[in-house]
Design a binder for this molecule. Structure first.
Ligand SMILES: [Zn+2]
Length: 409
């Protein structure tokens, strides 16, 4: 137990008590070029000033470069090998079932948010989609709600009654840029009223899935964000901003998706249904990516030919195939929640299960997605000067460490 005003030690790292409000922002799908292009276009002055005069790094996110594993790494300060959340789905071998990992019972360590709240800090968490809310708010006393369900908040469950009226914007559609804007609007309102000691804001990648860096739609989104971040800065907060993953076009020159259907391939080689392909990107909100990303894990039948991995790695568009132990060592993943093989596709290719299982009818723009090594580089910005040893490999889950421990001016 820590007392209010003293440092917190959690998951092997020590964090100083915040001297002023600290806001950590996870911009979903923020390929670094979105910021570069918005700054160059002159629509993001806050970003421009932070990049030019304060702290601006590139950092590595967690592979698989998906939303939940990275958000949980950011709020725990450790990789999925420790916190356990390595995707949206995993195959529970004991139950012989594919299970969603958005229940806190799958979380294997505490969060910084809960630890600071327990020590007496005031906390606020706002997330775009409700799927993250229970994981982020696990055992945390404070305000915690999603834009998606802002009309359903209660003091008992979310630490705030009627968040919708509090924020004063209409309830946004789950597939919209407004879902993320609501997060920032809520953050500014909270900073103006409650002024929490620590706030965590997490957006959705709806815009990044549809629009490339530098496009008018992307620049409009970063202009919107820039305005709110400037207000948080003006209110005296230390703002650290990072991302859960980057984003790339997963198409050929004509704009058609480039997809390797792993289940179909394995069924041809091994017999129908012998291997099981799990796509941890799969979630209830598939419209913008059709459950297609650049990372899969494969469960092989007992006695399967050891050459299957090599054959997969030779398919066009596949970047790397690793056996479980090697994949878990390299990407710091929990071995009991991964298959026998991990398959990562190249920058402009995704992996699917069987062609018949992916509904691409919802894709109204050329496919952009994430999940692989090609989406690992993300921005890590702080609106103050910080000091980091030159040879440090920065991770997105160093964001709290930077904001709480390494600010110099
Ligand atoms: Zn994401």
């Amino acid at each position: 137990m820590s007392a209010k005003g003293t440092s917190i030690t959690l998951n092997g790292r020590t964090y100083r008590w915040p001297e002023r409000p600290v806001v950590v922002v996870c911009v979903d799908g923020c390929e670094p070029e979105y910021i570069t292009r918005a700054v160059a276009a002159g629509v993001a002055p806050w970003f421009g000033e932070v990049v030019a005069t304060q702290t601006s790094h590139l950092a590595d996110s967690v592979v698989p470069t998906f939303t939940n594993p990275n958000n949980l790494s950011i709020v725990t300060g450790v990789p999925p090998a420790v916190h356990g959340i390595c995707g949206n789905y995993f195959w529970d071998r004991d139950a012989d079932a594919e299970v969603m990992m958005n229940d806190p019972k799958y979380l294997r360590c505490g969060t910084l948010l809960a630890a600071f709240a327990q020590a007496g800090a005031s906390l606020a968490v706002v997330t775009a989609k409700d799927k993250l809310r229970r994981l982020l708010g696990h055992e945390m006393n404070g305000i915690c709600f999603s834009s998606e369900k802002a009309d359903q908040t209660t003091m008992g469950e979310h630490g705030i009654d009627d968040a919708l009226s509090f924020v004063g914007l209409p309830l946004p559609d789950v597939y919209s840029a407004a879902l993320s804007e609501f997060v920032f609007a809520a953050g500014v309102k909270l900073m103006e009223s409650v002024r929490p000691d620590i706030m965590y804001l997490s957006t959705t990648d709806y815009v990044q899935h549809k629009h490339a860096p530098g496009t008018p739609e992307a620049n409009a989104f970063y202009r919107m964000m820039d305005g709110y971040l400037a207000r948080l800065s003006a209110l005296g907060a230390t703002v650290a901003l990072t991302a859960d993953h980057g984003m790339n076009a997963k198409t050929d020159a004509a704009g058609a998706p480039r997809i390797v259907y792993l289940q179909d391939q394995l069924d041809t080689w091994l017999g129908a249904g012998q291997a099981r392909v799990i796509l941890p990107i799969t979630d209830p909100y598939v419209v913008h990516h059709g459950a297609l990303g650049s990372f899969a894990t494969v469960y092989l039948p007992t006695g399967a030919d050891a050459g299957v991995g090599k054959r997969l790695s030779e398919l066009p568009g596949i970047e790397v195939v690793l056996e479980r132990a090697e994949a878990c060592r390299r990407f710091e993943l929990p071995p009991d929640r991964m298959g026998d093989l991990v398959v990562v596709s190249e920058r402009h290719t995704v992996v699917g299960t069987a062609a018949a299982k992916h509904d691409l009818s919802g894709l109204d723009a050329p496919l952009r997605s994430h999940g692989g090594l090609s989406e690992q580089r993300v921005p890590l910005l702080v609106n103050r000067r910080t000091s980091v040893p030159a040879d440090t490999r920065l991770r997105n889950f160093d964001a709290f460490d930077l904001a709480l421990n390494r600010v110099t001016a």
